[in-house]
Design a protein around this ligand. Sequence first.
Ligand code: AMP
Ligand code: MN
Ligand code: MN
Ligand code: MN
Length: 348
Amino acid sequence: MTTISNIDLHCHTTASDGAYSPEQVVARAYSRGLNLLAITDHDAVGGVAAAQAEAKRLNALLLAGAPDAPTETYIKPNAEVQSVENGSLERTPAERLLTVVPGIEISTTWRDEQIHIAGLFIDINNAELQGLLEQQKVLREQRAAAIGEKLDRLGFSNSYQRCKEKAQAGASITRGNYARFIFEEGKAESIDAAFNQYLKRGQPAYVKTEWSSVEQAVAAIKVAGGVAVLAHPRRYKISNGRLRRLCKDFKACGGTSFEVASSQQKPMDFDYLVQLCVEFDFFASLGSDFHTDNIYRDLGQNLALPDALAPIWRCPEAGAWGLDPALKQRRVNLTYAKNEEAGAQEDA
Ligand code: AMP
Ligand code: MN
Ligand code: MN
Ligand code: MN
């Protein structure tokens, strides 16, 4: 079964390594029935204003009943709706309005691991946050140029320039951009394979970077009025013991939220994160980490928080930003017919 949630607090645009512009991501959010979407690009906030402006424009069209107002189109003909929690499938235009939450995903180095700290409900113009992002941008540019040089030596041409041209002006260039570039050059069978063959630690185009510390990232998010979220905690290649240590360190420097639900996550990993979330008394967050077309990872996909956890919209920063703490997540539970093209949408 696949769950489509109306709340998704983690995704990427062309302001970093997402394949779609902020406007396109917002259009996709309406088509998938979202009401709350956070834009969380890597070390960049360049996509937030455009996404908010597009949501404002499309909300106005919805309320005016305009013919070109966005529609929900995510339930395909071969899908069966099993249940709708906290709402119905028939929604009024007012129930389909979208709010864009300003966010960020900051790369940090913690004990030689790359750990991602998301910030939500941030003031994107805060000077201290901007200062940290400037530093990260310098590190990213240096690393991107170094990766490009390595790839060029491996037989690619003008890798760095060509990756930059594809991203939005001023965007963060990540290994995700390079993975897509390598794939599009036909040098790897998939984006994942490009990552594994060239970009990950130990591979020929890997370049090590010392990012900001967890403490610096959390401090910058807090000073900008936001809540710090430990992103996709199960995706790091660390033991349970080290993950606990990370939770402890993150909490000690002021981190209060934990990304419990991610799109491509094994049930066992999800259960463990629920347990840690309770143990460390974190607010639970949820996010697809959508980057590009991927049947297993899309806006709102498979994001369900257990009712026992305190959801992130009850944190003080969300309240200060204007979210209603009584907000309820709406979940549409679907199954897809087998042996049809879209049948592949069944859980991995
Ligand atoms: P960076 O922050 O530059 O190290 O790049 C990290 C980004 O690379 C992640 O946010 C993903 O978008 C992407 N990435 C990480 N692992 C993989 C993978 N196995 N396949 C494809 N992309 C990946
Ligand atoms: Mn990425
Ligand atoms: Mn990440
Ligand atoms: Mn991400």
